[in-house]
Design a binder for this molecule. Structure first.
Ligand SMILES: [Fe+2]
Length: 323
């Protein structure tokens, strides 16, 4: 269970790193399953570190939504429904934190159920919606080392599908600058009121004969705030060791980090919400943004020590204008 300082930090910053939360033995097992899921013909071999550098070669690319490999991203969503991943990311320790934060009745996941991506992308060549057909975790997500790929700027986004709380757990050590999950601290508070809906957003349907306008409809205020975050706020990189995990609020701006190390970033991703999400999702995003969460977070004063902020890598997270 989280203490008052952890609750306060999460409330204020929209994320919370919990070191050593996941069973490291299971982390190793899931990592082995991931590496074993590569076709035997793949040029990437677990034992040959130099072969891990991306991008995937043409013959190793897979556009399959359930087991995607392209560029530097390797996303095995089939594993998200496996018993091993479920035992790892829906452990009692993880669930008790999710329950503490959200209150209510957590949605039930399905063991060996349908994985994310089983219904394909939302439109031809489009993204895969985590809310469609996903009966457990999102999956095991790797980011290959970038090798000599030129550095590129960080660009944040928010996720479009309805949920309330996310988790990214490292299943192997991920050093700084190594592609770990990045969050824009406090962005959940500034982005929340720019949405029409509390946990959802209006969509534009895709039509084959009208392909240029599709996806999610954002407000101008949202687009302005995303630009401001990219311009002014330094993100926090949630690097760490195997078993470390970060919880993040649904509206927290984030990105999959760029991997400038020689080590593949190995993580497992999952979402949490309560059985009331359908009731909550289309309500207006106004008033207390914690109104659907547990009393302990509603009542938190949002206080934490400077030392705690340092441990959460918030040190030096002044706005770019201040630096
Ligand atoms: Fe995302």
């Amino acid at each position: 269970m989280l203490n008052q300082e952890q609750l306060g930090f999460f409330k204020e910053n929209g994320y919370l790193i919990v070191p050593g939360l996941l069973d490291t033995e299971l982390c190793g097992k899931v990592s082995d399953m991931m590496w074993s899921s590569l076709p035997t013909s793949s040029s990437i071999k677990k034992s040959e570190i130099s072969s891990h550098v991306g991008p995937f070669l043409q013959e190793d690319i897979s556009e399959d939504s359930i087991h995607y490999r392209s560029g530097y991203r390797w996303l095995n969503r089939a594993l998200g429904s496996s018993s091993e991943v479920i035992d790892l990311i829906y452990s009692d320790a993880v669930l008790s934190i999710a329950q503490q934060l959200l209150g209510g009745q957590l949605r039930q996941i399905v063991r060996e159920g349908k994985p994310m991506g089983s219904e394909g992308p939302v439109w031809p060549g489009g993204p895969t919606d985590p809310a469609t057909g996903t009966q457990a975790a999102r999956g095991v997500y790797y980011t290959l080392p970038y090798g000599d790929k030129p550095r590129e700027p960080d660009q944040c986004h928010t996720d479009g599908h309805p949920f309330q709380l996310g988790i990214v757990g490292l299943i192997d050590d991920s050093p700084a600058d190594g592609g770990a999950f990045k969050v824009w601290p406090k962005s959940h508070k500034t982005l929340y009121p720019t949405f029409h809906l509390r946990y959802d957003q209006p969509r534009i349907p895709y039509y084959d004969h009208l392909p240029s306008f599709k996806g999610i409809l954002h407000t101008q205020a949202y687009r302005d705030e995303i630009s401001r975050l990219n311009e002014e706020v330094t993100p926090v990189e949630c690097w760490g060791g195997a078993g470390d995990a970060v919880f993040w609020h649904h509206r927290t701006a984030h990105m999959a980090g760029h991997n400038y190390t020689s080590v593949t970033r190995q993580a497992v991703l999952a979402d949490f919400w309560t059985e009331d999400l359908d009731k909550f999702r289309a309500k207006p995003a106004s008033g207390d943004m914690w109104q659907d969460w547990a009393a302990c977070i509603q009542e938190s004063t949002g206080e934490y020590s400077e030392e705690f902020a340092l441990a959460q890598r918030l040190a030096g997270t002044r706005t770019k204008r201040e630096t």
